[in-house]
Design a protein around this ligand. Structure first.
Ligand code: ADP
Ligand code: MG
Length: 717
């Protein structure tokens, strides 16, 4: 019998050449059973393995003795099992304890999750093991190690304990031991490293003294023993790790640089004249002066609109920074140039609100406004669609229903997308395709850390609306646990008595509006009962458009004092007289969402309150989120916090952004490398806009492989 490793996948033409796409079954040591386990870790191809870096390393260059163990850092020592068994703590809680000894003393290890038979077998008295873990101090029993990694010393090989080496530690899954992971990885590298091709151009490698790609993979998995310090390894600061991080970010940035460069070649359907008649009249109608930031951002937009190329700009501005006026100015500029302008927003309520806000201006200016939502039916719908097609409708506001096939614009010159983080890339692009290269303006109220912005929107021009309109008042944010929530409602009451209004947002139960609604009804009824002297109303996504519009306008007119709602009011709603926001079950909401919700108050001239009602059990993350809310009102700071709490893989917008999930790089930790990668990528694309240079071919292929389907423009290379 051949060993599995010698079998190459056969295709109809005979032996297939090994490639990094090979399935992992063909690696020595991986049979069908292990392959299934590895699949759980999303490891199916050789390449997956290369990128599956250790999450931690064990420095066995320096073995400790038991007497030298100290609470704190990871330590590795060799010891014999003196005794082991189950200890009962209280009636139900079982702990598996192992006492280890070496020549210098004894120490104790504890396991809280275990399989008894397996443990008793593994930790037989007299068994010699290599133990690695983080010693901690237990108040009662002194130094101990909870859930250490242990490996039996078999004595079969010359260096059974991988002593004197730095040993990688991988995420594994049940039934897959650390040791077999290591040996599989070892086999993978042995066989496939020679196939790993360089993708970073030579001059960049040299400039930054980067390791070659294959050497970097090698050293990242099995660091040389004379090499890096344990600290550098754990912080991803070794040359091998840095090179791989750079590569990942560099590929993405090259794709973005490429996309941006070629987007700049796209000529706008219409080259606009700005600051026309309509705009001048519009500015005069405004009841306030524009902020400096609004003026600056508008100037940036106007400059774009006057160019031959289509605008492709993102406005980042915190909740309440006044993006709507900026958008409206752009929309009217399009109308001034005899084209249509569309504003797409994520929810019907928001679309309706924008419509109500914008309508008075349009009426005074003689501009024909249309509203398109999913609830538009029958005859009414027909008329609106016809107006859009004939060009009679000049400014069109709508939800994602704007991108549906039935809607034909007469001449779409500009598309604005509000609260863009709620849309996927595809919806965004679909709206752009509704016209002949309309100018595109995207607005987001969820500020994201700069590092993420450079990654998610690296192909756009970005404007920052970083100033609030004057006179904004403080928002005091407090958390109330369980029964204390009474206090939250007392604060609400005292504000209502002063003539202010309040939002009460109801818990997010699950992704089902029906369930959320049930919870909202309960809250609503108890509020009605408790505050009979104030008028409360319940608003949610299941109401008819007319009903919702009516409730919103009655709330705006102060006929309603308390608006109880599901999370439909999350984005965009603007009621300056509302000064209280109670968020029920705040522990269930994400940080971005909490920040958005809080943005509904503090918009007028009065100080406001954001009251977070939380109920046990509250996860550590939930606590961290509410704490972040109390500590900061700055959307950017909150976004940084969010990124830290969640980890970059799961950060808002990343998943739906269509960009690949980062495998190695971390946008918090690696911001410096990101800057470097971005600089190199943009300069490379500047010099070789079509990536034609033979030296850049491997890079081009790698970028295409990584981003291909997300970067439609790649096709035109
Ligand atoms: P967001 O950026 O969250 O979309 P909005 O555009 O809804 O913010 O604006 C928030 C509030 O600030 C609105 O009531 C708007 O009328 C008001 N506003 C906008 N710009 C100014 C300004 N320059 N001076 C005073 N108030 C302004
Ligand atoms: Mg808004």
């Amino acid at each position: 019998m051949f060993e599995e490793g010698y079998y190459w996948a056969m295709n109809s033409t005979g032996w297939k050449k090994p490639s990094l796409d090979d399935p992992i079954q063909f690696i020595k040591g991986v049979g069908p059973k292990k392959a299934l386990l590895l699949q759980k870790l999303q490891l199916t191809s050789i390449e997956d393995f290369l990128y599956f870096l250790p999450f931690r390393y064990e420095d066995r260059r320096e073995l400790k003795t038991i007497s030298s163990l100290m609470p704190g850092p990871f330590a590795t020592f060799v010891a014999e099992v003196l005794n082991s068994g189950i200890i009962y703590m209280g009636r139900r809680k079982r702990v598996f304890e192992v006492i280890f000894q070496d020549e210098t003393g004894t120490t104790r290890a504890k396991f809280f999750r275990f399989n008894e038979t397996y443990m008793l077998e593994k930790f037989k008295t007299g068994e010699k093991l290599i133990v690695s873990g983080k010693p901690t101090v237990n108040k009662r029993s002194g130094l101990e190690i909870v859930h250490p990694d242990t490996e039996r010393i078999t004595g079969e090989t010359a260096n059974p304990m991988e002593m004197g080496q730095i040993v990688p530690v991988y995420h594994t899954t049940e039934g897959l031991h650390q040791k077999s992971m290591r040996s599989i990885l070892n086999n993978v590298l042995e066989k496939y490293l020679p196939l790993v091709e360089e993708v970073i151009p030579e001059n960049i490698l040299r400039r930054h003294k980067f390791l070659s790609r294959s050497e970097a993979f090698h050293q990242a998995h099995f660091p040389p023993s004379e090499g890096p310090t344990a600290k550098d390894l754990d912080n991803f600061k070794t040359p091998a790790q840095k090179r791989l991080i750079f590569e990942e970010l560099f590929l993405i940035q090259t794709g973005l640089a490429f996309k941006k460069k070629h987007a700049e070649d796209i000529k706008a359907g219409v080259k606009f004249k700005t600051r026309g008649n309509l705009i001048k009249r519009f500015i005069k109608l405004l009841p306030f002066q524009l902020t400096q930031a609004q003026k600056r951002v508008l100037a940036e937009i106007m400059e774009d609109l006057e160019k031959e190329q289509s605008m492709n700009r993102l406005i980042q501005g915190d909740v309440g920074s006044g993006k709507t006026i900026v958008a409206l100015t752009a929309l009217l500029t399009a109308v001034d140039n005899n084209t249509q302008a569309a504003l797409m927003v994520p929810t019907e309520i928001l679309a309706e609100q924008h419509y109500l806000n914008i309508r008075p201006f349009c009426e005074k200016l003689g501009v024909k406004l249309a509203l398109v939502t999913g609830t538009l039916k029958g005859k009414e719908r027909q008329i609106v669609y016809q107006d859009i097609e004939s060009g009679k409708a000049q400014v069109i506001i709508g939800t994602h229903s704007l991108v549906q096939k039935e809607i034909q614009f007469n001449k779409l010159g500009l598309a604005v997308i509000d609260e863009q983080h709620r849309f996927g890339v595809l919806q965004r692009e679909a709206l752009g395709k509704k016209g002949a290269n309309p100018h595109l303006l995207i607005m987001t109220a969820t500020p994201i850390p700069r590092s993420l912005a450079l990654t998610l929107y690296g192909d756009m021009d970005v404007s920052f609306l970083d100033e609030f309109p004057p006179g904004r008042q403080a928002i005091k944010t407090q958390v109330f646990y369980e029964k204390q929530q009474n206090k939250a409602y007392e604060i609400m009451e005292s504000e209502l008595k002063k003539g202010r209004q309040a939002f009460v947002v109801c818990p997010l139960i699950e992704e089902s509006e029906v369930m959320d609604l049930k919870a909202a009804v309960t809250v609503f009824e108890s509020i009605q009962e408790r505050f009979p002297e104030f008028r409360a109303c319940l608003i949610h996504g299941k109401l008819k458009k007319e009903e919702r519009q009516e409730i919103m306008s009655r709330f705006l007119n102060k006929e309603i004092q308390i608006l109880v709602s599901t999370t439909v009011i999350e984005v965009g709603i603007d009621i300056p007289n509302a000064t209280v926001m109670i968020i029920e079950h705040a522990e269930r909401f994400g940080l971005a969402q909490l920040h958005q919700l809080r943005g509904r108050v503090g918009r007028g001239k009065h100080a406001s309150h954001c009251l977070l009602a939380a109920y046990f059990p509250v996860s550590d993350e939930g606590k961290a989120r509410m704490k972040a809310m109390q500590n900061s009102r700055d959307g950017f700071e909150i976004a940084e916090e969010d990124l830290k709490i969640r980890g970059p893989g799961d950060f808002m917008g990343t998943r739906q952004s269509g960009l690949p999930v980062l495998k190695i790089a971390n946008l918090i930790r690696d911001i410096k490398i990101l800057d470097l990668a971005r600089k190199e990528a943009f300069s490379l694309v500047d010099h070789d806009p079509h990536l034609k240079n033979p030296q850049n071919q491997p890079l081009k292929n790698a970028v295409q492989r990584l981003l291909g389907k997300h970067l439609p423009l790649m096709d035109i290379i």
